[in-house]
Ligand binder design. Sequence first.
Ligand SMILES: NC(=O)C1=CN([C@@H]2O[C@H](COP(=O)(O)OP(=O)(O)OC[C@H]3O[C@@H](n4cnc5c(N)ncnc54)[C@H](OP(=O)(O)O)[C@@H]3O)[C@@H](O)[C@H]2O)C=CC1
Ligand SMILES: CC(=O)C(=O)O
Ligand SMILES: [Mg+2]
Length: 650
Amino acid sequence: MFGIVPRSIMSGQKRRRRLFPVSPTPSVIRGLHYTNVYRSRSAISGQKAVLTEAVKAIKPDEVQKRHVTGDVISPGQVMGIEHLRDPRLNKGLAFTLEERQALGIHGLQPARFKSQEEQLELCRISIQRYQEDLNKYLYLTELHDRNEKLFFRLLSENIEHLMPIVYTPTVGLACQKFGLIYRRPRGLFITINDIGHVYDVIKNWPEPNVKAIVVTDGERILGLGDLGACGMGIPVGKLALYTALAGIKPHECLPIVLDVGTNNQNLLEDPLYVGLRQRRTTGKLYDDFVDEFMQAVVKRYGQNTLIQFEDFGNHNAFRFLDKYREEYCTFNDDIQGTASVAVSGLMASRRVTGKKLTENTFLFLGAGEAAIGIADLTVKALENEGLTEEQARERIWMVDIDGLLAVDRPEGNLEGHKKFYAKKHPPMKDFKAVVEEIKPSILIGASAAAGAFTPEILRMMATFNERPIVFALSNPTSKAECTAEQAYTNTDGRVIFSSGSPFGKVTVGEKVFHPGQGNNAYIFPGVALGVLLSGIHHISERIFLIASETVANHVSDTDLQRGSLYPPLSSIKEVSMQIAMKILDHAYEERIATVYPKPKDMRTYVQENLYKYYYEPALVPTWGWPDHPVVKTRAYPKSERKFYQPKETL
Ligand SMILES: NC(=O)C1=CN([C@@H]2O[C@H](COP(=O)(O)OP(=O)(O)OC[C@H]3O[C@@H](n4cnc5c(N)ncnc54)[C@H](OP(=O)(O)O)[C@@H]3O)[C@@H](O)[C@H]2O)C=CC1
Ligand SMILES: CC(=O)C(=O)O
Ligand SMILES: [Mg+2]
């Protein structure tokens, strides 16, 4: 049945019997007795055999381990063309000749061999050839579907260029065009019609080991409003950043849309709309549905599954955070993640202004998830500088759709945390008048009211302050309260600016500014990594303050001089790791970690658990496969088999 590798192969080594591939028996297949490919080209062609470096036998438990960690999936199901069609396993032209032969894919690809580096170069060239960002998005989506490791390496190593494509602003456009561009499924769509069967739907997800979920009901997608099921682009984009920025393994991540309908009349009438064509379910049925979803997640994946709420409507977001934060491992990114990144920017700004946070007057445009989240965490930061909660709230003024939050305003609309910031002040509707009246040193926009920070308002900020601070946090770019250029030019370049979506550099006179991106992408990947690795059950505000401090401590003097309150996006992976390590330290100190024993060295522990996007030798059965006998081939000339290192970068 089995051949034996000729003695010559084993020369110079301890002689061992080796099975030479012929055909497997069912019991062997079930037993997962795989080894890396060891048959060399010359062995196959009957010439003098030379062992390849992939000769090491991989023991069954190793296969099992790698299967479980998702580094390699069980190869039993993926021989032949299916191996190329599986994005986890596909390496494109990087399969060696031996792998191609043993996997039964020899001849299914062109003759060339290409290293991952060469493939990356091709990806970069391809992306640059697309003029439209949406086409770049589609290219990356297709790459994600085709070759996971290549996609994540490309994204991770070119984050400055590609984050604006997979994330804000382009992801907003992708959601708006979702019905048009939808091709292949990614993530779960659970509809209100599935109530009573949510667990069964979740069970259809093929991955057994999900650890993190990003879920939306599509009601407030960025600043674009209710996009219903088209909001799926957001969990997909956020989770792509989980992997690219924090090394969380892709198979542990699950994007979910809870489709309860949409109140967006355009979508309801759009023949291309792919969600439920009905108005939003609300009230008890909706709440029961979300309750059932939360319980089903825990039943399927365990109580430590991290559930990130994203882009829910304001009225639900706060309720769910309050309802679930002590019951589940959950956080709301728009409230808490945004708060954390904004407060981090405020902390870093102290080094530019020389002022303590307590010396500022804060004015918010918007009093929703983002703005209230930031205000609440700012209060904590002010308390840390010595104020009482009441004193801290006194320094924070807010404006919503009805104007200044004032105790006696006729509209009321002061529910939830808004009431904490409502002032005993005559009601005011006009935002410019409020700015004039309050004379803030810090102006923060999270309203999706595009252009609300008019040149006049920006000029006022520059008259009140030597270094005015202006954050235009609304996404996508089209919803920003002002552009970076408007901010700098209307303040003689004195503004300390950041924005939710990226803006390019701005030149004012001799000076060039590179504004930073005040986006929760600096926070949620690192928080998720720290939470998952420590096994924290509930995510406190302290965790988000730790994340703020960590990001702020990572801002260099050079960053500040360039005009940015944030570290460059290119260092965001390191920032995420630092956040995770700080959370781990905190979790063990506070005895809220549930992963034991405590790791000896946090950095090593974190690093060992990160996703690896480099190709690995394919795991293949040593004995070939019944339907895929190993194809013999003549020796390839060395020049054809050589990989080269490309020099170009994006
Ligand atoms: N940079 C980042 O990381 C993040 C940015 N964001 C962005 O922030 C924006 C708001 O998101 P979010 O807070 O979740 O949304 P919400 O709907 O919860 O809040 C919006 C707030 O803005 C107010 N508002 C709306 N229009 C106006 C207006 N013309 N004048 C004054 N106030 C107005 C609303 O008033 P009312 O309360 O009366 O309805 C509400 O308080 C979005 O564009 C989102 O993309 C969000 C999260 C993270
Ligand atoms: C960034 C983000 O979460 C938002 O704009 O909603
Ligand atoms: Mg969001």
